[in-house]
Design a protein around this ligand. Structure first.
Ligand SMILES: [Zn+2]
Length: 297
């Protein structure tokens, strides 16, 4: 992963669009390490979902959100602790209440510094955005579920339990039928498995599949993935089916005591054949490795 050169991960507000009444998405335009960012309004408050990578991106987001909010109160949440989602929160400190689930706060505290160091190895364009990052501390932490009243609109913040990370949360706006999934769902690419043994083995393919079933049951009309184009409920089904296939094909070979190296080779080829247009092929080997480790012995 360290040799992989990423383009400049810059949030651009020019393509911001209203997805529903008083609900705007700043799309990531397919740029890696830029997340889809949400701004959700109620009569007295506005919630920002994700900061972008580093203080300069977060300043762009904060300025846009503050203009949008006018005299409404600002809240910030992040779907999980990964740098492009949360490592800009420091910029919001005096302007917004930063609210996340407990498991995510623990991820930030225990793994934030390690991820900052790892991202420093992703090349000069990424390193530029990392300059000046201070790991954020949330103002408000909830256990599993929090209903945030923005005035005439209640947003549901829900911790899903371990999946893409230990501290994933999804943000749902029931009156608009919109769900922000963070990296539990990505569109047009293979699911991101941050499987970096021995440093980070918190991602769980098995738990992830179960979480996708729960999210699909909520039946949102619009799904804003962590990265890639906004979709409908089919996006949740696509991610679920991909993860299930990845598990089945991996375990089938693991059952026959095939070496992990050969499993990765065969399953990678199979998945690329199935989804030739998907980006993120570098996430196949980590995903297969994770599922090998989760194989019931
Ligand atoms: Zn992530």
């Amino acid at each position: 992963m360290a040799e992989y050169l990423y383009p400049e991960p810059v949030v651009r507000i020019t393509d911001a669009r209203e997805l529903a009444r008083d609900l705007v998405v700043i799309p990531n335009r397919g740029v890696q390490l830029v997340p889809n960012i949400g701004i959700i309004g109620g009569t007295h408050s506005v919630l920002v979902v994700e900061t972008g990578l580093g203080p300069r991106n977060a300043e762009t987001v904060l300025k846009f959100a503050a203009d949008y909010a006018g005299d409404r109160k600002l809240y910030l949440t992040t779907t999980h602790f990964h740098p492009e989602h949360a490592f800009g929160a420091q910029v919001f400190t005096e302007f917004a209440t930063f609210l996340i689930n407990k498991a995510q706060a623990e991820d930030l505290a225990t793994k934030g510094a390690g991820y900052l160091a790892m991202f420093g190895g992703l090349g000069e364009p990424v390193a530029r955005q990392l300059e000046g990052i201070e790991l954020p501390t949330p103002d408000l932490v909830y256990d599993n579920s929090y209903d945030l009243d923005l005035g005439g609109r209640v947003v549901q913040l829900r911790a899903t339990g371990r999946a893409h990370s230990k501290g994933d949360q999804v943000v749902t706006i029931p009156d608009a039928g919109v769900m922000f999934t963070g990296d539990l769902a990505e569109a047009g690419q293979f699911a991101i498995f941050p499987w970096f043994p021995p440093h980070d083995t918190d991602v769980s393919g098995i738990r992830w599949i179960a979480v996708m079933e729960q999210l699909a049951a909520a039946d949102p009309q619009a799904v804003v993935p962590g990265h890639g184009d906004i979709g409908g409920p089919q996006l949740l089904a696509d991610v679920h089916d991909y993860l299930q296939l990845l598990r089945d094909e991996t375990w089938l070979r693991r059952d026959s005591a095939m070496s992990e190296e050969t499993i990765i080779e065969e399953v990678t080829a199979l998945m690329i054949e199935r989804h030739p247009e998907w980006a993120g092929r570098e996430w196949l080997a980590p995903g297969i490795g994770c599922l090998c480790a989760e194989h019931p012995a």
